[in-house]
Design a protein around this ligand. Structure first.
Ligand code: NAG
Ligand code: NAG
Length: 428
């Protein structure tokens, strides 16, 4: 099943030829006219799995570049999706005109690495919500097979397969992208520094360890022993992410609201960015022309939800929100209270808030942060389409913590090795 989003069909004659078997003769003719060696086809004909595939299209593509859109493909599980995934897809998109994402099915993930934290439906919502993604193929295999590669080239008209700079080996130890490399249809991107799903699972598990400690020491004062233990836990799972101004620019739309735009404002923690966030941002964006999102500071989130939160830091949360196609701009470190001045500064027409929010984020005893927009008659509650919350995602990991702890220990070791052996690679 392929989910088409903003897909423009390309109708050039040249494009048609290599998808239809009865036109195979025409390819040979076209190729001959363009002076391509027919030895290319000798290779193909002796290779029954690749009957309609033209290897190394670089000559043709140079001539046709004005017309033909370059379609690139990148796959993944995108479980516990984070800004590192988003950045990889941003880089992939930059290598072509249209980005097709292969989402590995739940069954394939279960077989290859155990149960995913997020269901296909949730992963699909997250990936489709990214502003760089044009299409999603929702049944990609875990390891790319020759058959599937042919489907990509022939059915999905993919020009290049993209992968990160970490090696990807098949069960037999061979390079999963060897064939794509051989036909010159492979491109590599640089892996995003400082974040991985393993690292995020680690942070969630660490927050759980902290909770256990808390129960024992619930009534005790925070003393030096505990403080230093906490500092230790935090540093063990500290983020390696170094936010740069350039990364934020790469994720930004670089466009303010138009002259008569209706600006909608929504704020929150947006911790562990999930499918529920995508849905609420989509609903909010539909109420105006420009969606401004206020991301609360780490301190505000801690005060609201407890010392183990946020799981993702302010800049990490900001990037995840910026990557969402429904978001026009973010305030990196927004205050809890919406003031008259803020409403004037950003010309905010409407302030919205979701009906499903974190259990702990009740404003007990505090003044209502929305009292100003409410008094101005520009506040609206939005029905949250999904029940999912950051806590419920974290709870799934906690519920299966033994499986995830084991899986994580293994992955942490290989990631540690990756970081230790890592060398500088240029690129964005
Ligand atoms: C401080 O915390 C440690 C470890 O939890 C505990 O053993 C100790 O009794 C505490 N000290 C005080 C003065 O509360
Ligand atoms: C402010 O927003 C309103 C819509 O609520 C719009 O009509 C108006 O043009 C905006 N002001 C400016 C200066 O853009």
């Amino acid at each position: 099943m392929a989910l088409n989003m903003e897909f423009e069909s390309n109708t050039s004659n040249w494009e048609g030829v290599y998808y239809y078997p009865h036109l195979f003769g025409a390819i040979m003719l076209t190729a001959a006219l363009l002076g391509l060696s027919t030895s290319y086809f000798g290779g193909i004909l002796g290779f029954p799995a690749l009957p309609y595939m033209l290897p190394n299209l670089s000559n043709l593509q140079k001539k046709k570049r004005e017309k033909k859109k370059i379609r690139v493909y990148m796959d993944g599980c995108f479980d516990l999706m984070h800004y590192g995934h988003a950045n990889a897809l941003r880089q992939a998109k930059a290598l072509g005109d249209e980005l097709v994402v292969g989402l590995v099915s739940d069954e394939e993930i279960v077989t290859n690495k155990g149960p995913p934290v997020l269901s296909m439906e949730e992963r699909l919502a997250l990936v489709s919500g990214l502003k760089w993604v044009d299409e999603v193929i929702a049944d990609a295999p875990y390891a790319i097979t020759e058959d599937f590669m042919n489907r990509l080239f022939n059915e999905h008209k993919i020009d290049y397969i993209i992968h990160g700079d970490d090696p990807c080996l098949l069960p037999d130890g061979s390079d999963a992208y060897a064939l794509a490399k051989k036909v010159g249809r492979y491109k590599q991107i640089k892996r995003t520094e400082g974040v991985s799903s393993t690292d995020i699972v680690g942070r969630i598990l660490a927050s759980m360890e902290d909770n256990k400690d808390n129960q024992v020491q619930q009534d005790e004062e925070l003393n030096e022993t505990k403080k230093s233990a906490e500092t230790f836990l935090k540093s063990k799972h500290a983020s390696n992410f170094l936010p740069t101004s350039r990364r934020i620019v790469q994720f930004s739309n670089a466009k303010g609201p138009g002259p008569n735009a209706r600006v909608v404002y929504i704020d929150g923690a947006f911790d562990l960015f999930h499918a529920g966030h995508v849905e609420i941002l989509k609903s909010a964006r539909q109420l105006g022309d420009f969606l401004l999102v206020g991301i609360h500071t780490d301190q505000i989130v801690s005060e609201q939800r407890g010392i183990h939160f946020p799981l993702m830091h302010l800049h990490e949360r900001s990037l995840s929100v910026l990557a969402c196609r429904y978001v026009d701009e973010v305030i990196i470190g927004a205050p809890l209270e919406i003031t008259k001045d803020m409403i004037t500064t950003f010309n905010i027409s409407l302030v919205v808030h979701g009906t499903v929010c974190e259990s702990k984020s009740s404003f007990n005893g505090q003044p209502d942060p929305y009292s100003v927009p409410k008094s101005m008659g520009i506040f609206k509650m939005l029905n949250s389409p999904k029940k999912i919350t950051t806590t419920s995602v974290a709870q799934r990991i906690k519920a299966n913590h033994e499986i995830y702890e084991k899986r994580n220990a293994k992955k942490e070791a290989s990631e540690k090795k990756f970081y230790e052996e890592r060398k500088y690679i240029s690129g964005d």
